[in-house]
Design a protein around this ligand. Structure first.
Ligand code: AHM
Ligand code: MG
Length: 338
């Protein structure tokens, strides 16, 4: 068997099938899983609207003079690009209008924002997001993305700060948008992974893959090897092993672009602890958790060291984690060296 073959082939849709938008897809999933019915379809429509707005701003960024950094820093002490702020405001505005959203939390805002509380028996959600992941790529016209995670809101949690602190296994949906040569929206609602592409001619995301499965194995790893000398020993041993065994290295510097390639073509993405970022660089709640849910739903694996990412109990909205995720056989190879 070809190891790079998907664990089960995805159903590739043809142009004739190509009439399912994100909204109609979400309504169909909710209809076949009534326990999920609620306002998720309105939330996904806000996310798809945000994605279209952000995609158009990115496409015109050089023309509209919105490339480059601001003088400000975000809550992580990182320099903000102008488009980080524009993307954040777009998501906050679109999600803020949806009655089903109780709390939003962003990489760019220190605290979660309480929009409204639910009355008893009412179902509302928390949406966490990284508005523009990999934004350092923007000036070079490289791929960037939006990552989001949706959790149920439990009004008994006490405060928005406590309500958001749920492990990734409790996500009801997660996804990302890749702003590349096409604008691609990848979504899971816990019943597999589907992929949509923005058709700019009609302004809608159309389903192009249903039930995506990650290839079981592929000799490719993705990490910032500039940090290699400060990785813990196990990761360095894994890289030695991979390089002696004919692996390729691919790194876009934007997690969304790297994970998307791995989802389609296989391989493993690594962001180990480093001297500069001893707990890892990537954020658990709005980067690692949503990507881990997508990868697991596609038949892959996602770990932080020896721990399954989705089972980590978060202590802080902006907490960082190391990440190893991708094809199951490739993640196993990394873990065997740790
Ligand atoms: P960001 O959310 O501030 O853009 O940072 C996250 C990004 C990821 O997209 C990417 O995988 C990583 O940081 C790249 O970091 P490095 O430049 O250290 O390799
Ligand atoms: Mg990010």
């Amino acid at each position: 068997m070809d190891p790079s073959a998907p664990t089960t082939p995805a159903r590739r849709l043809t142009a004739g099938d190509n009439l399912t938008t994100i909204q109609s897809h979400v309504l169909a999933v909710e209809a076949s899983h009534p326990s999920q019915a609620g306002s998720l379809s309105w939330i996904l429509s806000a996310l798809s609207l945000s994605a279209k707005v952000i995609a158009s701003k990115i496409r015109r960024a050089r023309l509209n003079d919105v490339l480059g950094s601001l003088d400000s820093e975000n809550v992580q002490g990182e320099r903000q690009e102008k488009l980080d702020v524009i993307a954040n405001e777009t998501l906050l505005r679109c999600l803020g209008e949806r009655a089903g959203v109780a709390i939003v939390a962003s990489e760019e805002n220190e605290e979660p924002i309480l929009l409204r509380t639910n009355t008893e028996g009412e179902r509302k959600f928390i949406v966490l997001f990284d508005p523009l992941d990999g934004s350092a790529n923007l000036d070079g016209c490289g791929g960037v993305g939006t990552i989001f995670s949706i959790l149920r809101h439990d009004r008994r949690a006490g405060s928005p700060e406590k309500a958001v602190l749920q492990p990734g296994v409790q996500q009801v949906a997660a996804g990302y948008v890749l702003y590349g040569p096409s604008t691609v929206f990848v979504l899971t609602m816990g019943h597999g992974v589907d992929m949509f592409v923005l058709d700019p001619a009609i302004g809608a995301f159309l389903k192009v893959e249903a039930g995506l499965k990650i290839p079981r194995a592929s000799k490719s790893y993705s990490c910032n090897e500039g940090n290699r000398l400060t990785f813990p020993d196990g990761y360095q041993k894994y890289l030695d092993w991979a390089q002696h065994n004919g692996y390729s290295s691919r790194y876009a510097g934007a997690m969304v672009a790297d994970v998307h390639r791995i989802l389609l073509k296989g391989g493993v993405f690594l962001y180990p602890p480093t001297k500069k970022a001893p707990a890892g660089k990537l954020r658990l709640m709005y980067e690692a958790n949503p990507m881990a849910m997508i990868i697991e739903q596609a038949g892959g694996k996602a770990f932080a060291g020896k721990d399954r990412i989705l089972e980590i109990a978060p202590e802080d909205l902006h907490q960082r984690t190391s990440v190893v995720l991708g094809s199951p056989a490739e993640v196993d190879q990394v873990l065997a060296h740790l």
